[in-house]
Design a protein around this ligand. Structure first.
Ligand SMILES: [Zn+2]
Length: 590
């Protein structure tokens, strides 16, 4: 639709204009980045500028243009501002007349501290190019220079882009994709230099907390080595880990030569939290191959204006999630027990999400744009995360291949093959090509596996795949059993609200609704915190009277409680395992 309303000539201009961006932040506390785009050597009567609506790595239309304000255009040979109009939410068109040197100014409000947005305040500036820069359609392949103007002399600039000789604050990007793929950190952050496999790396940390840079660097070096060994080398000249320490944030965004990480500032001392951080590092680093270079066909060339649908995110994100658990284990950052406990936790998450039986993981991948990041009260009933199920499907594939080939082959062998066929050549893969590659390593037809567990919603048969390794999955019930009701609640502002009702559970069948305010069981007040303890007073088959406010109306429901449900699952060793099982297990985990 945007294209149809454009009056721009269909043949792109043949002369090559130069494109230069300047990013200033004279009043950082205002949260406003001031961007200037200078286009020199323009020879057409109109100039189109567009803002990306999403950023690669995060599959949601985020409408970055909503933060853009104060758009203004002038030409060097014209005393009056040039005329312009908007043709769509993210498309500006300028009537350039005879002007060849055009300056566009705009400001972008930046007050969202996440790896995929922009943040500017009195302490620092951070931007993700997709959320800041307008691009000129047809000129995405042209090289771009960016000059950053820090507001204070002691603010430095860190980015994976190379700086221009003699101009330390001017950086060069080979094209718009590279610009978008290169986050910027501006401020008084700490930068630590280190080497891994003979290549220079940086760890830049913004914010205060209990992170120990020496320990992080030592463990990161091990992760780099293990992952490089998996893929056969490092496909970059230098790499930047950019870490934001925040109050409660968690997230990462992968790039080709860098990653942005956001982690709780005091989340580095406790062993489990530190392990979770190293998993985040392993995850985003793994992406420099899987998704940044080994890309689904539809992401071979980014379309910044609309959704790009693929059924393969279960591999891009899920397999990466499996390896973010495997890699720190192989790097000896944690032990076998921690690794198996980590897998058990993920299995628990899957098995306690009813949506696993409703949405295939290939469909979850395809619908990422409208579902994963847009959760509502029904999400757990109707969908499954492609991260979570993709991780566990990858786990089963790894066990399947290992068991078939006595650990001489594994999912590890799929990765360098995908790298050689697609990643190194930067050619996108189709879902069929991905499956062909996995089948070639497994050396068997996996139609049945894919039909059931990737394109279907059958329960993952953990025991079948664990058994050759002398392992089994146990459903663990709490010590004091809780009869099954099927709700989750939350206390907010002193009110106890039901936030999730499991479909077909006793509560769901009775008519309890997400949003209902929890009041009483059998006439006695109950809070979210007390709910589980209060239910322990009853037995499966007992009927309770649950009182709630539903749409402001006082309602009491008679609910017959169901059978006890496992509250968690645990991978356990089979007693008296055979020598063959012991050999398999040792081959996998030692
Ligand atoms: Zn990821």
């Amino acid at each position: 639709m945007t294209e149809a309303t454009t009056v721009r000539p269909s043949n792109p201009p043949t002369t090559a204009p130069t494109i230069h961006y300047q990013v200033a932040m004279p009043k950082p506390q205002s949260h406003l980045f001031e961007v200037i785009v200078q286009v020199q050597g323009w020879s057409e009567s109109v100039l189109d500028l567009k803002m990306p609506v999403w950023t690669p790595g995060s599959y949601l239309v985020r409408e970055y243009a909503k933060h853009l304000q104060d758009f203004w255009v002038e030409a060097s040979n014209c005393p009056q501002p040039l005329q312009w109009c908007k043709l769509s939410k993210n498309h500006w068109q300028i009537k350039t007349e005879d002007a060849s040197n055009i300056t566009v100014r705009y400001r972008v409000f930046a007050n969202e501290l996440s790896v995929r947005t922009n943040h500017l305040d009195a302490t620092h500036g951070y931007f993700n190019g997709a959320a800041l820069f307008l691009f000129i359609p047809g000129f995405e392949q042209h090289s771009i220079q960016v000059t950053v103007v820090p507001p204070k002399p002691d603010w430095t600039v860190t980015t994976p882009l190379p700086s221009v000789p003699e101009s330390p604050h001017t950086f060069e990007a080979a094209d718009f994709d590279t610009l978008v793929d290169s986050p910027f950190e501006i401020g008084c952050h700490q930068v630590y230099e280190f080497e891994a496999l003979g290549k220079p790396h940086q760890l830049a940390i913004w914010g205060q907390g209990n992170a120990n840079p020496e320990r992080i660097i030592a463990d990161t070096q091990k992760i780099i080595e293990v992952e490089a060994q998996l893929y056969g080398g490092l496909p970059y000249e230098k790499y930047l880990f950019l870490l934001h320490l925040s109050s409660g944030g968690f997230g990462g965004l992968e790039h080709k030569n860098s990653c942005s990480l956001n982690y709780p500032r005091f989340g580095f001392r406790a062993k489990d939290k530190y392990n979770r951080f190293m998993q985040l590092v392993a995850h985003e680093f793994f992406h420099l191959w899987n998704i940044k270079r080994i890309r689904p066909k539809v992401l071979e060339k980014f379309n910044y204006e609309r959704e790009s649908y693929t059924t393969s995110l279960w591999f891009c994100e899920g397999t990466t999630s499996y390896y973010d658990l495997v890699i720190p284990f192989r790097a000896r950052i944690y032990d076998t027990k921690t690794f198996l406990d980590g897998l058990s936790k993920e299995i628990t998450r899957l098995q306690t999400t009813p949506g696993r039986l409703v949405q295939p993981v290939s469909e979850s991948s395809f619908d990422a744009w409208i579902k994963l990041y847009r959760r509502d009260a029904n999400s757990d009933n109707a969908q499954i995360s492609y991260y979570l199920k993709g991780e566990l499907v990858s786990f089963l594939l790894d066990l399947l291949i290992r068991a078939r080939h006595g650990n001489k082959r594994s999912l590890d062998d799929v990765l360098p093959l995908m790298w050689q066929q697609f990643g190194a050549r930067e050619v996108g893969f189709t879902s069929q090509q991905l499956r062909d590659t996995i089948e070639s390593v497994a050396d068997t037809d996996l139609s049945d596996f894919f039909n059931r567990y990737v394109d279907g919603t059958e329960e993952l048969p953990f025991d079948k795949y664990l058994e050759p390794f002398g392992l089994k999955l146990m459903g663990i019930e709490e010590e004091e059993l809780v009869p099954y009701l099927g709700v989750k609640g939350k206390t907010e502002n002193g009110q106890d609200t039901i936030v999730f009702v499991e479909a077909d559970s006793p509560a769901g069948v009775a008519g309890i609704d997400a949003g209902d305010q929890l009041l009483a069981i059998d006439g006695w007040r109950v809070t979210t915190e007390q709910l589980s303890d209060r239910l322990k007073e009853y037995h499966p088959g007992d009927t309770i009277e649950l009182t709630v406010f539903h749409q402001d109306q006082l309602c009491t429901f008679s609910i017959t409680l169901g059978a006890f449900q496992p509250s968690r699952y645990q991978i356990m060793h089979i007693e008296n395992s055979t020598d063959a099982q012991k050999r398999n297990l040792a081959g996998w985990l030692e």
